[in-house]
Design a protein around this ligand. Structure first.
Ligand SMILES: [Zn+2]
Ligand SMILES: [Zn+2]
Ligand SMILES: [Zn+2]
Length: 249
């Protein structure tokens, strides 16, 4: 595992600033920049920690079931749910809680291995539209990239009073009578989608990618016929670390 690539403290600080800019409302509502950054970070790491404990819980259940010889449907469902929760935990904790992020990564790798070893029917490449796709969430989580959308808001309203947010007195992000005010977007025009390391919506990720014919024929050799079921062995191998395709280094 290439731990040193996760984040140095200086790059983490830089990322935090970027993140809070896009997450939190600007303006006089919040008294200081520091408060603003820490409240965004707290929300992110709280959500991430919840997902992490849910993932660990489900992993524990699936492991126990595997050890007691129960490889049935519900055990398979538990391990698949653990994988989804843990990969989402990584998305929410990244840049905010590096210990939590590392732990989520470790449990994700363990869950992937358990899934492939004990519940291997769920570890096949997707074959659709005459192509094979890698859709293993464990594999995808190792490439730290996501999507950020640029769009123009055409219609929106304030969640507190229902009026145009430009015209009402409520401030997005503030709490009124126990309800957090936000801008509800009902119509928007999508301008572009860009690939970024840490998207504003932490779970806006790539869900599958296509495998090329040549790489399949090269790795599977003679016995391979197009369209046949191919199991994915990726998660049986030791982790080779995370990759950061959006970085120049
Ligand atoms: Zn309002
Ligand atoms: Zn896998
Ligand atoms: Zn890994």
């Amino acid at each position: 595992m290439q731990k040193n690539r996760f984040c140095t403290s200086s790059s983490k600080r830089a990322l935090r600033t970027d993140r809070s800019e896009s997450l939190m409302p600007a303006g006089p509502a919040l008294s200081s920049w520091k408060q603003l950054t820490s409240s965004a970070g707290k929300k992110m790491s709280d959500t991430g920690q919840q997902l992490l404990s849910e993932g660990r819980r489900l992993y524990g259940i699936a492991l126990w079931r595997a050890l007691t010889g129960d490889s049935g449907d519900s055990a398979n469902k538990d391990i698949r749910r653990a994988i989804v929760a843990l990969s989402s935990a990584m998305n929410w904790l990244e840049g905010w809680d590096s210990d939590g992020f590392d732990l989520a990564h470790q449990f994700l790798d363990k869950s992937g291995e358990l899934a492939r070893r004990e519940f291997s029917a769920g570890c096949c490449f997707d074959f659709r539209d005459d192509a094979y796709h890698q859709a293993c969430p464990v594999a995808l989580a190792h490439s730290r990239v996501g999507m950020s959308a640029g769009f123009v808001i055409k219609q929106s309203h304030c969640s507190v009073c229902g009026k145009d947010p430009e015209e009402c007195e409520h401030i997005s992000g503030r709490v009124y009578d126990g309800e957090r005010c936000c801008r509800v977007i009902t119509e928007a025009e999508l301008l572009e989608v860009s690939l970024v390391e840490r998207p504003n919506q932490p779970d806006a990720r790539i869900h599958s990618y296509t495998l090329t014919r040549s790489e399949l024929y090269a790795s599977l050799g003679e016995g391979f016929a197009w369209g046949m079921t191919i199991s994915c062995d990726r998660c049986l191998n030791p982790c080779r670390g995370l990759s950061y395709p959006m970085r120049n280094t």
